[in-house]
Design a protein around this ligand. Sequence first.
Ligand code: IMP
Length: 419
Amino acid sequence: MAGVAIIGLQWGDEGKGKITDYYAGKVDCVVRYQGGNNAGHTVIVKGKEYKFHLMPSGVIQGKKVIIGNGVVVDPSVLIEEIESVEKNGINVDLMISERAHVIMPYHRLLDGAGEKALGNKKIGTTGRGIGPCYTDKIARTGIRMGELVNENMFKERVAEIMKVKKPVFDAYGIEIDEDKMIEEYASYGKKLAPYVGNVSYYLNSIIDEKNVLFEGAQGVLLDIDHGTYPYVTSSNPSAGGIFSGTGVPPKKIEKIIGVLKAYTTRVGMGPMPTEDNTEYGEYMAKKGHEYGTTTGRKRRTGWLDLVAAKYAVMLNGIDEIAITKLDVLDGLDKIKVCTGYEYDGRVTDEFPFSSKILEKVKPIYEEFDGWDRVEGIKRYEELPKNAKRYLDFISEWLNVPISIISTGPAREDTIHNPS
Ligand code: IMP
């Protein structure tokens, strides 16, 4: 009995939703610790598709779901998700940290304005106000859920910070109707008040007796500290984010599962050494339906990058790996895997600190023969020989066992505990 964490080892979109959904069935409670509605998790259960941006995906299994203090909350999006789940006859057992920061309308406007100002150096954000909301958190000019749900506190807080924010709004030509904003947000506060509480006390009171799953959003390579800065998100998807983002101490996490897609994708700008713009990349993007759940943008696609994956495994102390979307590689005659970067005449297997360097590295590839079909296979023994070879190589290279292999989008298309 303790905490288990699920973390994306690439640039997000690894298929964490499906893996979380599998584990959610075995735990009492699912927790999100960072990010906001920039995330998008799709879960397919019995042919019905559910999409979540903020709510932990365990909600459809009737589990207690928790939004930790490290998450930034767009209240209107959360209300919409609560209502859509309830409409499907599912009871929402949700607790939101009173310390979680609120995405205000001006955060979304600042997100767009900031991107515009960056011109061709823009990050390619999801435009949901994530960066500006975290900026206010760090600048100590944010508004938290505990304030949103208390009208007097909320009004007082808005008045306090508007003085500081005014010059920023003026600089970007952003106009805010303060009274209208207060009225709208106070009404959200009323709706969300029943769910807001002290998550840190709650989690610490149950973590020794109950099974708790911590669900990461985005991926390690988008981590504000460890990712491909500045082409990153503004939070810590890495394991470290769990502790600061929930108030649960490190010793309480027993197992950390890394989710690794059998190839690589990235949305938005920034370096991606294994990006493949040939018919192979196109094949994987098409077959893998690589379009963003949140923005609908086409994802950049390429081969699996084991230099990046090894870095992610190291940073998170990954105990087990879940390989997702293996079936997307079905039908390829060859499959490449990057095991080194060549830069400045030297080969390295270290992930560089600078995006400017990463942009210039030349990936060194190992090549594998492809296979016909793994789609829908549910037993390891039935996998084609070449697929097993590919998986063994990944596991050995990363020195981590593979505990789950996903061979299709449905919950049933999964191999557990392969030998
Ligand atoms: P932001 O999180 O909206 O500020 O966007 C920053 C970067 O992170 C952009 O490159 C986004 O495309 C990327 N990003 C944010 N959330 C996700 C996600 O859930 N999956 C994949 N990429 C994401």
